[in-house]
Design a protein around this ligand. Structure first.
Ligand code: PXP
Length: 257
């Protein structure tokens, strides 16, 4: 079984900072803290509209990542501007996501199958620069196969629809989980490293962490929100514990602890 890494997404520390338009709280300080208390890496999304993470944050996070030897996963849309940023700051990995200005968060996965001709050369340019390339996709066999064809190293499975269905106690929750489970199996069988993320919290993390093919979870909003009540060290520490427990003992229902 692959070991399971936790990537902590620190975007919403920057959201709080930007609410005041000043320098506090600093997402780079949050990243350092996260790495000291159970995170294996840091994830940050440089959005086209710079609503949270800034170019300066990314430069500093890349520097921190080199200094600590901890991976930085840069989430971005596949645009010429973002590609140039990635090639300049050279993160460990880039996660390509769809992006629409009006969305509140990343809604839905990347349509890899519908833009293979555009994605394949971009993936190859990033990989040639030594950057691992991850594609954020829905748990859909067509998208998995297309991700393999464009040469991605990793697929990150979008867990958002499943997490929402669990929270809202919708009947489709189980079918959505089964789609994630079979997508993890199919992607891994095609030689892709499998990550998952979006909307995960203490209640949902166990079932996903118990899937043996998953190598990394990227979690942000819940950890930063929970940190308001218990501190970032505690929220990350508890998430880490739930992930490790589920990986070693298995989790069959949403609430793992
Ligand atoms: N993975 C990807 C590709 C994302 O876009 C996000 C949200 O920025 C996450 C993981 C983390 O999602 P959340 O903040 O809901 O935990």
């Amino acid at each position: 079984m692959t070991s399971l890494r936790l990537g902590v997404n620190i975007d919403h520390v920057a959201t709080i900072r930007n609410a005041r338009g000043e320098g506090y709280p600093d997402p780079v300080r949050a990243a350092e803290l996260a790495l000291g208390c159970g995170a294996d890496g840091i994830t940050a999304h440089l959005r086209e509209d710079r609503r949270h993470i800034s170019d300066h944050d990314i430069a500093q996070l890349a520097e921190l990542s080199r200094r600590r030897g901890s991976p930085l996963n840069l989430e971005m849309a596949m645009t010429p501007e973002m590609e140039a940023k990635a090639l300049t700051c050279r993160p460990h990995a880039v996660c390509l996501v769809p992006e629409r200005r009006e969305e509140v968060t990343t809604e839905g996965g990347l349509d890899v199958a519908g833009q293979q001709d555009r994605l394949a050369p971009a993936v190859s340019r990033l990989r040639a620069a030594g950057i691992r390339v991850s594609l954020f996709i829905e748990p859909d066999l067509r998208q998995i196969e297309a991700s393999r064809l464009v040469g991605a190293d990793v697929v990150e499975l979008h867990t958002g629809a499943w997490c929402l269905a669990v929270r809202e106690r919708k009947v489709e929750a189980e079918a959505r989980f089964q789609a994630l489970k079979s997508a993890a199996f199919e992607a891994s069988g095609r030689g892709l490293e499998v990550h998952a993320g979006h909307g995960l919290d203490y209640d949902t993390v166990g079932r996903i962490a118990a899937l043996p093919e998953i190598a990394e979870l990227n979690i942000g909003h819940f950890l930063i929100g929970e940190a308001i009540f218990v501190g970032l060290g505690h929220s990350i520490g508890r998430m880490r514990k739930l992930m490790d427990q589920a990986r070693s003992t298995g989790a069959t229902s949403e609430v793992a602890a």
